[in-house]
Design a binder for this molecule. Structure first.
Ligand SMILES: Nc1ncnc2c1ncn2[C@@H]1O[C@H](COP(=O)(O)OP(=O)(O)OP(=O)(O)O)[C@@H](O)[C@H]1O
Ligand code: SF4
Ligand SMILES: [Mg+2]
Length: 343
């Protein structure tokens, strides 16, 4: 390792998730390998069911009972998948925090907001009750909760969905964890609050926190992320610096996602459905899982799965893609974008 390649905060390698069901095994996440570094924001995008949330449920030890993980998920060198429940509990909340897609899953319905937030600081940072409650209130104000002094005395059900989401974000930020995974954190929020929350995230990542942002909103990706990983059928199909990938996607699925919005630099950009159906993860298609929906499929695509490998593309950073066509075009030294624009 050279000084130019710092140790990642979070590092997944050959990471997979399988769910046992009466119909067979769901291959929800397959063979992921990626790193997230301090101060960096990695966006994870992909259609519904592509494995975005389960990837991190597995990392946090929160999979449903019928799920199991394989491979490694290291937080600063410690494999989280081998930790005992008690040790993982200690790491969760203190070193890594998750903002869940559904805020109610993270909130205790019978505890006041004040207690839930303060408890996090008492348990993980050893703060006394008074100090913890004061910090909790300050954080509620920072995430834009109006009338925070009154709200902090309420129960989760007394708050609107958007406000609950902000409470969950406040809870994740409280201990200044090394990694925050935010699963669609701004979807339920209005545009002004969204901007405030994204600014807060940006401030934290500047402060060396690593942020993983799961989102359908490509406008948010363009605005705040450094790198993007595109998931399809439980696998990463493309990964690279945001500006590089947006300027010239190497994978037809990425191109289709980006092509499905009129302009990515406008805040209205949301991932639109792509023609065809997402695959069945109990019996995924042979070869490249995208082949039934890909206008570029050739015989090899149905027969052999393309590995996720470095591809030569102009841009500021390294790029990986899992596509036979991306490899062919890179090997020829030609840009595939003329073709891919028609996907
Ligand atoms: N307990 C479970 N048993 C069986 N399959 C499951 C279970 N939990 C999740 N899955 C499957 O795992 C796959 C990945 O789900 P995941 O929640 O990660 O999708 P996602 O990319 O987060 O989608 P969305 O954008 O809708 O949130 C889906 O096909 C889902 O049906
Ligand atoms: S490997 Fe083939 S089917 Fe898959 S995305 Fe590339 S061209 Fe399309
Ligand atoms: Mg999800």
């Amino acid at each position: 390792m050279t000084p130019d390649t710092p140790t990642p905060v979070l590092s997944l390698s050959n990471y997979s998730i399988r769910f046992a069901t009466p119909d067979g095994e769901v291959q929800a996440v397959s063979d992921l390998s990626f790193d997230v570094h301090a101060g960096e924001t990695l966006a994870i995008v992909g259609e519904s069911g592509s494995g975005k949330s389960q990837t991190f449920n597995g990392v946090f030890g929160l999979l449903a009972k019928n799920g199991r993980t394989e491979g490694m998920a290291k937080l600063e060198g410690t494999d989280l998948l081998t930790l005992r429940a008690r040790d993982l509990d200690r790491v969760r909340g203190r070193d890594m925090a998750m903002v869940f897609q559904d805020p109610m899953t993270a909130l205790n319905p019978v505890l006041k907001i004040k207690r839930q937030l303060a408890e996090t600081l008492e348990v993980h940072k050893g703060l006394k009750r008074r100090a913890a409650e004061a910090e909790a209130l300050a954080m509620l104000k920072r995430v834009g909760i109006p009338d925070a002094e009154r709200r902090i005395e309420q129960y989760p059900h007394e708050l609107s969905g958007g406000m609950r989401q902000r409470v969950v974000i406040a809870m994740a930020l409280l201990c200044r964890p090394k990694v925050i995974v935010a699963d669609e954190p701004t979807t339920a929020l209005d545009v002004t609050i969204q901007a405030q929350i994204l600014d807060l995230f940006a401030e934290l990542t500047g402060d060396k926190t690593a942020l993983v942002l799961i989102t359908h909103d490509l406008g948010v990706v363009a605005g705040v992320a450094d790198r993007i990983a595109v998931m399809y059928a439980g696998r990463i199909v493309e990964e690279g610096r945001v500006e590089d990938v947006f300027a010239a996607p190497a994978h037809p699925y990425t191109a289709a996602l980006l092509g499905s919005i009129p302009r990515v630099d406008r805040d209205a950009g949301a991932v639109e459905p792509i023609p065809g159906r997402p695959p069945n993860l109990i019996r995924p298609p042979s070869g490249c899982a995208f082949h039934p929906r890909c206008g570029f499929a050739v015989d090899r695509c149905k027969a052999e799965r393309p590995p996720l490998e470095r591809v030569a593309r102009e841009g500021a950073g390294p790029r990986r893609a899992a596509c036979w066509r991306a490899f062919v075009d890179a090997a020829k030294g030609t840009a595939a974008q003329g073709d891919l624009a028609h996907v």
